[in-house]
Design a protein around this ligand. Structure first.
Ligand code: ADP
Ligand code: MG
Length: 260
């Protein structure tokens, strides 16, 4: 907070008091921490005698409502970073603050709440359960959240409608196209109304036309619901649609630019 508000001053003039309250409110408004802020994250995987330095000091800041593309060659550490941002994995060292709160200091319960409610994940390999239909796949996170069966079904149907699959509720993954399967996965990621979506090469297994459809859907979610979106991609077309592009190489951020 830059402006010091002196709590000891209590003006008699109501107008002056109003002005003071406004200043306070303004301060609160400008003092919102970045949704994601990492400093010097490292990740070392130990395999037998060898150490793999997957992240070598990554510092990124992402504001609420941003759409960011994360690009870079295979093996550069993108998925490792995403797993840490999603609280699925822990860094070896460094700081990661989510909404200004250090993740490393959070309890297990708080972390699982974050994974369940705050962040939605979408992966390249849709990760759907093969033996259950679209609606049941989408409802799965609600089972962990303890939501009753009837409400689960209703909310899953709604989420599938958002991704234009209201007519495919009872199809199994193998009865759906790749693009449809990814849309089911997106509906599942959305089911608890997360404010952040982390998508790791979500169009990587799709043909370019279907990939474009999925990107349109992501953009729509980002624009309509103000969801903060981080997308890992190899596709320049996909990266171009993000406001900001972060490039990684060998475990480091080597470039960062804003799309025109
Ligand atoms: P990207 O997603 O950019 O392709 P990754 O984050 O998956 O890169 O991998 C970064 C580096 O870490 C690679 O060298 C990879 O082989 C290694 N790596 C990733 N996950 C593991 C793991 N679980 N155990 C050991 N090494 C890993
Ligand atoms: Mg990867």
């Amino acid at each position: 907070m830059n402006t010091q508000v002196e709590a000891t001053v209590t003006p008699d003039d109501p107008l002056q008091m109003d002005a003071m309250v406004d200043t306070l409110i303004d301060d609160v408004g400008t003092d919102v921490p970045p949704v994601i802020e990492t400093q010097n994250l490292t990740k070392v995987y130990t395999m037998g005698d060898t150490e793999i330095h997957a992240l070598r000091g990554v510092s990124v800041t992402i504001q609420s409502g941003e759409m960011v593309a994360l690009v870079g060659p295979s093996g550069s550490g993108k998925s490792t970073l995403m797993a840490i941002l999603g609280a699925l994995d822990k860094p070896t060292s460094g700081s990661y603050k989510l909404d200004g709160v250090e993740i490393g200091r959070m309890s297990q319960d708080r972390l699982s709440d974050i994974r369940n409610y705050r962040i939605g994940f979408v992966f390249q390999k849709f990760n759907l359960l093969a033996r259950t239909d679209a609606q049941t796949n989408v409802a799965l996170p609600l089972v962990y959240a303890g939501v009753a069966a009837r409400e689960r079904a209703a909310r899953a149907r709604q989420a599938l409608e958002v991704v234009s699959l209201g007519d495919r509720l009872h199809h199994h993954p193998n009865e759906l196209s790749g693009g449809q399967q990814q849309r089911v996965a997106i509906a599942r990621a959305l089911i608890n109304n997360p404010s952040i979506i982390l998508a790791d090469e979500p169009t990587g297994n799709l043909d370019s036309k279907t990939g474009e459809e999925i990107m349109r859907l992501f953009k729509q979610l980002h624009e309509d619901q103000g969801i903060t979106l981080i997308i890992v991609t190899h596709s320049p077309e996909v990266a171009q649609q993000a406001k900001r592009v972060i490039t990684m190489r060998d475990g480091e951020v080597v470039d960062e630019y804003i799309n025109p």
